[in-house]
Design a protein around this ligand. Structure first.
Ligand SMILES: *Cc1c(COP(=O)(O)O)cnc(C)c1O
Length: 388
């Protein structure tokens, strides 16, 4: 008999009446896209993280692509990122015909290790894309130091980290550019959506350009003389990466609930830490003092020496208990596409080692105390069956 009858997902959106009403109001309004809901949402996110500018984009991946464009990343450049991330953190580099370079992780926090970054810097390095994995802040100070020393741009992939603070400051207010994602499993959702925050006006203008085909109506940016009030110019090759007013209306009412979302996530994580640290064979992610983490993912590491079986069997047993576990992530360069590009196994040994023994447990604000207890029950059941 499984510990529960219904399947508990690993992540899920939280939608209330205000969210639904906000989207309906927009549907009844004048704009479905390029309307006022977009700026309202951008201002709300910028204010929340303490950034001067924010540009909302169709999804987090497109936002990363836009940031790479704004950073001037192009063919021949190298960009350093973490192997323990969603493919988008490296794909955005390939979109610009540049080369992703993977720097290994800290084996305890699972975040990119600044010392490893420095060892990967060459004369071709143009930028660093650190990833705040699970929502825990990377150690930004040494990364920003490196960026100053070697004249690099920092683009934070904070898809997991809306609401996280590094040394008291919100992620999104610190480096050149920061990307957040609004996919339904992330801190707040717009269905699909992403945003870049920045304090730099020049980068802000480049992001706006890229979001709309490379087209501008800004006279200062236009190359030829203005023909008349109808005139606009395409001055570079951009994309249609616009987000809709419907999505941004949802984002705005979601942002009203962010404190509650984070509070509940922190509560659940504290309870996970308390319950799971008692279980021999389970290792908990190290939390650095400099990070006040908004908690996107909860990951356990199995001490496989203490189990009769591998991670796969433990994973399958938890699924059989109706606990929606997951694995984040296969090191990016081990995907067949990256292998075809010539990245070899063994490139980042700590990342590969971590991948073998991790399992992501369910974590989202609407998870009930009963749901939580079911996860703990299932883990105890599976661990006692499989531990040596
Ligand atoms: C979710 C996510 C993204 C962006 O994803 P979209 O689905 O395109 O919004 C980027 N990086 C990481 C690490 C992510 O988890």
């Amino acid at each position: 008999m499984p510990v529960r009858n219904s399947y508990l997902p690993y992540g899920k959106q939280f939608i209330d009446k205000e969210d639904i009403q906000g989207v309906i109001n927009t549907l009844n309004g004048d704009y479905l896209t390029t309307g006022p809901a977009i700026e309202e949402f951008e201002k709300k996110v910028a204010k929340y993280v303490g950034a001067k500018y924010a540009v909302a984009i169709s999804n987090g991946t497109a936002a990363l692509h836009a940031a790479c464009y704004a950073a001037g990343i192009k063919e021949g450049d190298e960009v350093i990122t973490s192997p323990i991330t969603f493919a988008a953190s490296a794909n955005c580099i390939l979109y610009c015909k540049a080369k992703p370079v993977f720097a290994d992780i800290n084996p305890d926090t699972y975040n990119i290790d600044p010392k490893e970054i420095e060892s990967k810097i060459t004369s071709k390095t143009k930028a660093i894309i650190p990833v705040h994995f699970t929502g825990q802040s990377v150690d930004l100070d040494p990364i920003i130091e490196l960026a100053k020393k070697y004249n690099l741009i920092v683009i934070e992939d904070a898809a997991h980290a809306l609401g996280t603070k590094y040394k008291g400051n919100y992620i999104g207010s610190i480096s050149h550019m920061t990307e957040f994602s609004f996919h339904p499993v992330k801190t707040v959702t717009t269905g699909e959506g992403g945003i870049i925050t920045t304090n730099c006006k020049q980068l802000y203008e480049k992001l706006l350009l890229f979001r709309t085909h490379g087209i501008t109506r800004n006279e200062k940016l236009m190359i030829t003389k203005e023909d008349g009030p109808w005139h606009y110019e395409q001055i570079d090759l951009g994309y249609n990466y616009r987000i809709t007013d419907l999505q941004c209306a949802l984002g705005t009412t979601q942002m009203d609930k962010i404190d509650f979302f984070i509070k509940r996530r922190k509560e659940l994580v504290n309870r996970y830490n308390k319950e799971l640290s008692k279980i021999d064979g389970i290792i908990i992610q190290k939390e650095e003092d400099f990070s006040d983490t908004s908690r996107h993912l909860y990951i356990i590491k199995l001490d496989l020496n203490k189990f009769k079986v591998g991670r796969k069997e433990v994973f399958e047993a938890l699924i059989a208990e109706n606990i929606g576990v997951n694995v984040h992530y296969l090191p990016v360069y081990l995907h067949p596409y990256y292998q075809k590009l010539g990245y070899e196994k063994g490139l980042c040994p700590r990342a590969e080692e971590l991948y073998k023994s991790i399992i992501t447990l369910p974590l989202y604000p609407s998870m009930s105390d009963e749901d939580f207890n079911d996860v703990i029950k299932a883990i105890n059941k599976v661990v006692s069956a499989y531990r040596i």
